[in-house]
Write a protein that binds this ligand. Sequence first.
Ligand code: CTP
Length: 477
Amino acid sequence: MNKTSQLISLLGGTGALADKLNLQPSAISNWKKLNKIPLNKHNAILELSINLNVNIEKFLPVKQLPKIRAKILLIICGGIAAYKSLELIRLFKKIEIELDVVMTNSAQKFITPLLVTNLNEKKCYTDLFSIEDETKMNHIMLARKPDIILVAPATANIMAKVANGLADDLASTILLASFSKIILAPSMNPVMWNNSATRANYKILLDRGVEFIEPDTGDMACGESGAGRFPEPKLIFENIISHISESESLANQFKGISILITAGPTIENIDPVRFVSNRSSGKQGFEIATELTKRGAKVTLITGPVNIPIPKCEKVIQVTTAKEMLDKVTQQLPTDILICSAAVADWKFIPQTPSKKQFDINNKIKKSKNDNLFFKTIKNQDILKTIANSNLRPKIVIGFSAETKNVEKNGKSKLISKKVDLIIANDVSDGKVFGDDFNKIFLIDKNHCEEWNKQSKKSIAFKLANKINNLLTDFNL
Ligand code: CTP
């Protein structure tokens, strides 16, 4: 008798077990034949064994049972990729996540609720005004029960509805009535994805804390090509799992660690009206500050002038010039980690007349009196290099490297010349990365250079936090 057969007999035999698990006896016979119990039945078996007071550890790898206890609501919207969400259901079932599924009307043009119900072994919800559903699991309960609501595929339509607070069907009503984490995995035609209306809705949703699993780029079922393809279900699945484990296990990862982060541009005034600055938006630095705060770090963020919401962290100091930034950074030391993501203006520009006479910079330089202006430049101190070479040097120092060519090579030289432990180098040659939600980087340390694919700045922050976490013990933190 194989192990599975022994286990089944311990639990009362094929018929009794089939009864208790609400399965056909043939399914149980099959397990015996294959000597294997499907992963998604492990917990049910474990619960049953506890009820029957039978020790099954010899037969089932109890220690390997999935630890994830999160509840997920999957909302399937109408798109060609709707069928791929079936694979997602299969993956969630495999690790026995508690899953409810809602389908929009359009989704039902591609796949049927019956198919989903069969796969999920649970009723699939479709109707906002179903008397039967409302008595058992009303839409408010559906909205409140899950830890995560995953909308996959998410259409341009659902994005527009959520961004504008429309609630004209079950899916949009749930999304409006929920306090849960909302994650959208969009899939649509590239022109729709890039349409300014969709971009605006995307931004609204991002600002409200909705997260996105970005669509892939490539050939689409509609025959066009570009960004908008549904990401691989496995990738979405892994993203959700990492979200769950992230919130469960990452919350205290950086507890007791102080991190100083510079972000955004700095500004050098020419006169009270004009200034010299750069295109930095502060997004990448803010994402890093947010992620490390989420993981329990005591983050102090020193930022230049930006037009994006200031993230929640222990302390935020707003500065204007490079000199102010250096002064504030120095005042905040000592700290365990320093991350310089700011695009610090490298020079001050002192306006002069053609005869090299300086202006009174407290007054506006008058065009009527000056056909030409000349500028004397004064180099600003390099904050990163200064601190990394000082005796107040934090244990871990991380810098950025904005390049227009030889990204990897220049990044490596900055690692050495500035004496930092890690460099995040990116190509800024087309200026688009500034203000964009995406970045493509090289992560460089003294021994390695990793190329990271184009991904959201949030995702870069997440992975960078993992990297820094791996460094903590090496640097005695
Ligand atoms: N940096 C800094 N203070 C400065 C200039 C740069 O702290 N005055 C930091 C940036 O925050 C970044 C790193 O140095 O972490 C590299 O900045 P970058 O603008 O890429 O290069 P620079 O050092 O300014 O050199 P170059 O302009 O020659 O590329």
